[in-house]
Design a protein around this ligand. Sequence first.
Ligand SMILES: C[S@@+](CC[C@H](N)C(=O)[O-])C[C@H]1O[C@@H](n2cnc3c(N)ncnc32)[C@H](O)[C@@H]1O
Length: 298
Amino acid sequence: MLYEDFERAFEARLQTRADAYVNAVEYHRVRFVQTIQYLLRSILEQTDNLIKQSDADWARTEEVVSDILYCADVDVEQLLALEIPNELTADRDFEAVKTKLYETKYYPVSEHLNYMSFPPALERKAFIGKHFNRFREDSYFCDLGFGPGVLTAFILQQDASWRAAGVDISKDCLRHAERLLEKKEVSGRSELSVADVRSLPYPDDTFDVVVAVEVLEHIPDPEIGLAEAMRVLKPGGYAITALPVQLPLLMHLHDFDTPDEVLGLYKKVGLEVIDFEAKEFQRQSGTFVDTFALSVNP
Ligand SMILES: C[S@@+](CC[C@H](N)C(=O)[O-])C[C@H]1O[C@@H](n2cnc3c(N)ncnc32)[C@H](O)[C@@H]1O
């Protein structure tokens, strides 16, 4: 089975469960287990279909799996036995999401797994890649809500003169991301820490670029987080942001209903949008839109 077919089948199966979309953790759990099972089945069986995948796809899968095993410091059996949080219930509450989901070893692993073939995650990388020409020699960028650290590492790998800082609210993400940067041999050019995007530990006008990809919807007040990002961004600096629309998961504490609402937020904090993409992705209860933006702090 090709990965795309697997994803489609997964979504179709999940649709038969009325509660799965509302309960984000259940969604994560099912997706994680089934993705791992798919992966192992594929590896073990070495099916004809797998061999038909392009070399590049297969190499990426292998790399992501080996990165995950290294960063989580587990072997395959431990990965499969990883405890998946199941205490998060209906309240969309920041402290609850933080302690019951982000602060688990499982969370960065699950987010990292998305970079195997999950279309919206691959799109995030592609959008950032499209705008590497905005980074100058010696650029200093900040990754807000770096999660597993995949994007931080990806950017740092492009140019040996670039340096990174970053924050995430989760200690488990910090540990995972630091190991990834070390594995990719870019840790000497980065300094990550645990902090809240709403109160950044940096002086005004520090960065040439800020990256806030799929993080501002995780706080109830995205405008406060984005205003903080603007504070630490130099005048003339760039912001690369991604925000989902109509994706009311439990860990999303602010819902954007339309791409125009996202654009309105950028305008409100004074960002000038240069490139904006709104792409539809198929999910289990229909489509959702992911938006990607490059903006300048005028
Ligand atoms: C969906 S992940 C995105 C990770 C990464 N940017 C990426 O695209 O791969 C969201 C991340 O935001 C972090 N986060 C949530 N609320 C936060 C806050 N208030 N301050 C800093 N990080 C936060 C979570 O811990 C999580 O790692």
